[in-house]
Design a binder for this molecule. Structure first.
Ligand SMILES: C[S@@+](CC[C@H](N)C(=O)[O-])C[C@H]1O[C@@H](n2cnc3c(N)ncnc32)[C@H](O)[C@@H]1O
Length: 220
């Protein structure tokens, strides 16, 4: 049966083979989408992301999704607060985080999950809570986008989470909240999400744009 992502409101959440999965009602257990975090040995695709973080230790992943990028950052030694606003997706993330200690206990201990809208979370941060870096991976039309996720997972997120039309606003807020940098994952052909890109790290199909923060002196 060809994969059809469930529409919002019709998602079935159930346990299969030790993990939580989300599927359309007509699909049998085992055909759904779940957060399948890689083992430390398979860090394919994660190195450009980690290089883009520079010497940042604390990171907010403001577009959590299924958490693969957040997990890669935690495996690389960063403390990661991961945010996700769609409850079904946040439930898959929470399940992955529970299972993560069995993959790498130290990396799992460096991760914290917050369910909710990142814009509200960033607006509530006190001066001492500001992270070194904020990472953004907003939805982009999946056909031309390379992702850490397989196409089925991207179809699921696109159907459930929509197109992240507020990503530009999230970038602006992130640049005000981050101490050192904001890293944005983009498809190779797409323009930067916003102004003041300092540099980009590129691979064949995707790019990590590094934007400078809006410092106290620049803030209006
Ligand atoms: C392309 S996915 C991210 C994939 C992720 N990098 C991964 O490795 O699985 C984008 C996700 O960001 C979430 N998102 C977008 N804007 C958000 C916001 N303002 N607050 C919280 N989550 C947001 C969407 O719900 C969606 O699940």
């Amino acid at each position: 049966m060809r994969y059809r992502p469930p529409a919002p409101g019709e998602v079935v959440l159930s346990r299969h083979d030790g993990h939580l999965e989300a599927r359309a009602p007509e699909h049998p257990p085992g055909r759904g989408v779940w957060a399948n975090w890689p083992k430390p040995a398979s860090r394919r695709g994660g190195s450009a992301l980690v290089r883009a973080l520079g010497d940042s230790n604390s990171v907010i992943d403001a577009t959590g999704g299924l958490g693969v990028d957040a997990w890669r950052m935690a495996l690389a030694g960063r403390s990661v607060t991961v945010l996700e606003r769609v409850p079904v997706v946040a439930a898959l993330l929470a399940d992955a985080l529970e299972r993560a200690a069995a993959i790498d206990a130290a990396a799992a201990a460096r991760m914290r999950l917050v369910e909710g809208d990142s814009r509200r979370f960033l607006a509530s941060l006190g001066e001492h809570d500001r992270p070194d870096a904020i990472y953004l991976d907003p939805m982009f039309p999946p056909k031309r986008r390379e992702s850490a996720l397989a196409p089925k997972e991207m179809q699921f997120l696109a159907s459930i989470a929509g197109d992240d039309a507020d990503a530009g606003e999230l970038l602006e807020m992130s640049r005000r909240a981050a101490r050192k940098r904001v890293v944005v994952k983009r498809p190779q052909h797409a323009p930067p999400l916003g102004p003041d890109r300092e540099f980009a790290l590129e691979s064949k199909l995707l790019r990590f744009d590094v934007h400078r923060p809006i410092g106290a002196g620049d803030r209006s």
